[in-house]
Ligand binder design. Structure first.
Ligand code: F6P
Length: 343
């Protein structure tokens, strides 16, 4: 048997742990070869590949990023994309692909499966917003990075009596903002799922001042938007091949709005890609390894069109169609439950 593997979309700590687990088990247990494709779907489209071995995947477990490279290439936006993928797989005698990715990569995997190309999916994203799995690897690492940053910003905010705004990733789901904000004891948390009222944000900050707390921490997801529906999130106008806008700017915008409305000195920090880089946490390494082992087993058993998923403590298979049905957002009631901790 011969299988292909690729990593698509934004990179995420834990990708190498999946690749390592897939290759080890393919060779040791299933006596199969694994061909690694470079740069997401670009790899099978343009036939950018290399055989992966125990040797070439040694030492990669704690490494962030992906040894295969990644891209946001959309197979269905490339001329003859699916046919080129099919031809590459035939050229290498590959039985099927293991695609490690988020909603876009797995969405393409699902369509390819419907078009007769064998694919097993493995869910990844720091955003933790994929349906059909309880948690994605990468999220725990991003959460640790964001929480550590909040802890560090807390002490300097207190020393200078400043309001510090921290912009974290999450364009349509606020999991990183909510969990890092709660873990870091933030005074205000703004997420895409619940449009905010800038007057309410300022009221909470002023109330803290009235109580003798002259500093505040505001955590905002990059996709947080004002309730009025006006465009406080600055959209650069650029979109990727899947049509997602490149966001950014809510932190700076909040900095200006809060300072001018309250008169308190305010500074913004944008964490950006720091959240996606570096070594995965132990939790993410273990989850990624478990998903990789299950994915190669599924491929070897011919269970195409499925995705490995975490359900409570178990790794199970779910149809790819379930995984890409909808983005998993923070339920409004869950956000509201923490309201008592704000301000
Ligand atoms: O999907 C993961 C993610 O990190 C999002 O949180 C973020 O909005 C996006 O990727 C950024 O993508 P890029 O690195 O392509 O700018």
């Amino acid at each position: 048997m011969r299988f292909g593997v690729l990593t698509g979309g934004g990179d995420c700590p834990g990708l190498n742990a999946v690749i390592r687990a897939v290759v080890r088990k393919a060779i040791e247990v299933h006596k199969a070869d694994v061909i690694g494709f470079r740069d997401g779907w670009r790899g099978p489209i343009e036939d950018l590949s290399e055989q992966l071995t125990g040797e070439s995947t040694r030492g990669i477990l704690p490494r962030g990023g992906t040894i295969l490279g990644s891209s946001r290439t959309n197979v269905y936006k490339r001329e003859n994309g699916p046919e080129l993928v099919r031809a590459t797989l035939a050229r290498h005698n590959i039985d099927g692909l293991i695609a490690i990715g988020g909603e876009d990569t797995l969405g393409a995997a699902h369509r390819l499966q419907q078009d007769g190309i064998n694919v097993v999916g493995v869910p990844k994203t720091i955003d933790n917003d994929l349906g059909a799995t309880d948690q994605t690897f990468g999220f725990d690492t991003a959460l640790h990075v964001a929480t550590e940053a909040i802890d560090r910003l807390h002490t300097t905010a207190e020393s200078h009596n400043r309001i510090l705004v921290i912009e974290v990733m999450g364009r349509s789901a606020g999991w990183i903002a909510l969990h890092s904000g709660i873990a870091g004891g933030a005074d205000v948390i703004l997420i895409p799922e619940v449009p905010f009222d800038i007057d309410e944000v300022c009221r909470l900050i002023k109330r803290r001042h009235a109580r003798g707390r002259y500093f505040s921490i505001v955590v905002a997801a990059e996709g947080a938007t004002p309730r009025e529906g006006t465009t406080m999130t600055i959209n650069t106008g650029e979109t990727d091949e899947f049509g997602h806008p490149r966001l950014g700017g809510i932190g700076q915008r909040l900095e200006r709005e809060i300072e001018s409305r309250t008169g308190y000195e305010t500074r913004a920090t944008v964490l950006g890609h720091v959240q996606r880089g570096g070594t995965p946490t132990a939790f993410d390494r273990v989850l990624a390894t478990r998903l990789g082992l299950a994915a190669i087993d599924a491929a070897a058993a011919g269970q195409w069109g499925m995705m490995t998923a975490l359900h409570a403590t178990r790794i199970e298979l779910v149809p790819l169609s379930e995984a890409v049905k909808e983005v998993r957002r923070v339920p409004v009631e869950e956000y509201q439950r923490y309201g008592v901790l704000f301000g």
